[in-house]
Structures are given as structure tokens and as C-alpha cells.
Design a protein around this ligand. Sequence first.
Ligand code: AMP
Length: 282
Amino acid sequence: MKVIASISEMTRFSEAIRKKDQSIAFVPTMGFLHAGHLALMTKAKECADHLVVSIFVNPAQFGPNEDFSTYPRALEKDLEKCREIGASAIFTPSDDQMYPSGYETYVTLERLPFHLCGLSRPDFFRGVATVVTKLFNIVRPHTAVFGEKDFQQLTVIRRLVKDLNLDIDIVGVPIVREPDGLAMSSRNKYLSETQRPHALLLHRCLEAAENSVKQGETDPGNILAQATDILAAGPEDMRVDYLSVCDPDTLEAVAVIQEKTLMAMAVWLGKTRLIDNRLLVP
Ligand code: AMP
């Protein structure tokens, strides 16, 4: 497994693979890898001859008061996990290489960022779309694999690949959860022992919503009220960022649950922001 820090070396590595008529599947991550990331890598390995993983905590997607400097990092352990899974290369560029002095070009979308996470994180999807476009140009994959845990991010990437005519297959992987249902996330590390059980309330909201819809509930207002009731059992420092019942393609709120509908949520537990989602199928 090659550990590559330089952009030009990464591109040379990929070009050599392409010249041999072999394929590359790419998994972009911010590191501190857990079983969710490993599921993406396993899927990617099934899709191509070579797996390339990037580990880059992208400063452009963090707001000024967010956790860029404290985001958990564990490069050596991450490399070990990638080695075990059989990755061909790990790309670990520096901030300065990705955003050298004078950098001023960003990729923005007109509509998708103005929903869900984008409402409280106004620059987040600009940062994500920019770094993913740059990584695609550097790594030159045939396939790229993303988690449904970040459903809006996956929607944004699918849109940008289509809109910019990028010749890359985008593959989504279902959310990997802890045995008790909490969606795995690098940020779960921030949760204290007393906060950890309360984090389960998100999963409980989604399960309740799923059951209600299965039993014939079609009114998003009732689904949202049920979730609000469930979250009311949480501690004082639990605060809803958003709860949404929306169209999974446009992310716009729906008036009636008639077909596959996304329930998505973000909740603050103290200083930790947790997200989760589920597709509700009537
Ligand atoms: P991150 O390192 O948090 O930027 O995530 C890198 C990739 O892993 C993204 O495509 C995420 O959606 C995906 N991912 C993170 N957590 C999970 C999870 N619990 N299940 C599935 N995919 C995940």
C-alpha cells in the first residue's frame, strides 16, 4: 500500500493504473476511520481493481466556530485499517497543497445546499463540493463510494457529477450503526458517557417514523410531532438543529408522504452535532 502525500504523485499513480486498463474505486474520508468507512472501502473493492482512500480533514467545509482544529485524527491507526482491507494507495495531502496561497476557486450548487445541514452550515457544501471535485481530478477514479449517513452530501455529489459531466460512477452505501442503533461517526468520540445513551434518541425517532408510515401515516406534521415528543425526553443541552420529512432528490419538504420520503435530522447534544436519516417507505 502506497501512502502518497503529493498531488502529482497521486495523479501519476492513478494514470499508471489507467494505462494498464485497470480500474480505480475511490473513498474520500476525513480519517479517524470506523466500521462505516470500512463498509465503504469493502464496497469500493468490489467495484474496481484498485482502492484509493483519501484522508484529508478539509478546512474549507468547516465554519469559523466549528471543530476543524479538534476534529479527531489517528493517521497511523487509519493506515493500518486501510492496509488490512487491501487498499492500493492512501492519499494524505496537506492543507497547503490543496489550498495554496492565492487559492480562490470554489464549486457551489444553487439549490441543494439550501436545505437540511446547509441551513446551519452555510459554507459546508461549498467546501465539500470543492474538495470532492479537486480529489476527483487528482485521483481520477472510475467509481467513488459515499455513505448514506451523509445523505445530503451524497445527493450533492450525484448532482455535481451529473451537472459537470464527470465520468465517475457514484455508489451509495447504507448507514452502518453501533449495535444499539447509533449511526457510526468520527464525532461520536466527543460524546461523554452520560451523553451517549441520549444520542440513541435520534435512531428512536427514525424507527418510530418508519413504523408510523408503515401503519399508514401520511402526514409529515404528525411524524415531526412524534419525533419532537421523543426528543423531549433528552437532557437540557439537547437541541434540535433540524427535523425534516422531504423529497430524497430535491430535499424539499413534502406535504404528504405518498412515496419514498426522506426523514433527516440533526441534533446538538451539548457541543456535538449528530445527524441521522432514514428513507420512509409507505
Ligand atoms: P467522513 O470521514 O465523516 O467525511 O466520512 C467519509 C465517508 O464515510 C462519507 O461518505 C460518509 O458518508 C461515510 N460514512 C461516515 N459514517 C458512516 C456510517 N456510519 N455509515 C456509512 N457511511 C458512513
